[in-house]
Design a protein around this ligand. Structure first.
Ligand SMILES: C[S@@+](CC[C@H](N)C(=O)[O-])C[C@H]1O[C@@H](n2cnc3c(N)ncnc32)[C@H](O)[C@@H]1O
Length: 246
């Protein structure tokens, strides 16, 4: 059971994403100069589910990863879960390419759910992703144990997340962008003064790539690896549920 301060944090995060949902996609593409699409593409390539398997896209937001999962694995079913319903709702109109467009309704199921209490049975998933979501969940260990419980042995959990903003990147240019430029643009465009300083603050408070890898091992995952993208501004972590979970 989560502590009250974590419950409170969760409610605030859900409300914040609910407020910015309408602007979320535009700001994402704009502030990352379109790089976010490539990052999600790389994330999804690493999931490698069974051909007709079921994949969870946790903290699915406006469904960009869910749609990419179906593009790369058209036989799969995707469960898109997020606890901010307005984010899921904004993503519902998204289209796949012409070939797979008509399967979207049947193959992506959305549900409002908390990553710390997944409404899923044990050992049912052939893969799980979380893109820019794990940073928002406290404590992370509760999400890890839910993912571990619901993955089939051997299936992969793939995380896309910013690296720790404590590291100086591009001689501090990135850090200046993160701390000053991004909150300002975010505030002007979305009208939400807190949301984009929250982004910078949570990136700075987030563990570096090695510590995150260690956390995943401590949570019981095996074969943990991480891949830096764009000079380590972003990382993908891949972790497997061991065949014989301990
Ligand atoms: C930055 S958005 C990422 C959305 C999407 N994955 C993407 O790639 O753009 C973070 C999402 O995490 C969701 N979230 C935060 N905490 C959560 C939790 N405990 N359970 C489920 N979703 C959560 C928020 O509602 C928000 O939609």
């Amino acid at each position: 059971m989560s502590e009250p301060r974590h419950e409170d944090h969760g409610r605030k995060v859900a409300a914040m994403f609910g407020r910015i949902a309408g602007w979320y996609d535009f700001l994402n593409h704009f502030l990352s100069l379109g790089q976010d699409c490539y990052w999600r593409y790389r994330l999804v390539r690493l999931v490698r589910p069974e051909k007709d398997g079921m994949v969870l896209d946790l903290a699915a937001g406006t469904l960009d990863v869910s749609v990419e999962l179906l593009r790369q694995y058209p036989g799969c079913r995707v469960l898109a879960m997020d606890f901010a319903y307005p984010m899921l709702h904004c993503g519902k109109g998204k289209k796949l390419d012409g070939k797979h467009e008509n399967v979207r309704g049947r193959r992506i199921s959305t549900a409002q759910a908390d990553g710390k209490a997944l409404p899923l049975p044990d050992d049912c998933l052939d893969g799980a992703t979380i893109a820019f979501g794990i940073r928002n969940i406290l404590p992370r260990s509760e999400a890890y144990s839910e993912i571990m419980r619901t993955l089939k042995p051997g299936a992969r959990f793939c995380i896309l997340e910013f690296g720790s903003g404590k590291k100086k990147i591009w001689k501090g240019v990135y850090n200046f962008y993160l701390n000053r430029v991004l909150p300002l643009i975010g505030r002007i465009v979305s009208g939400d003064s807190g949301a984009y300083s929250y982004l910078a603050d949570t990136i700075k408070a987030f563990p570096d790539e090695r510590s995150l890898g260690e956390e995943l091992r401590e949570a019981g995952f095996g074969r943990v690896m991480f891949i830096p993208l764009l000079s380590g501004i972003v990382y993908i972590h891949v972790a497997e549920k061991p065949e014989q979970a301990s």
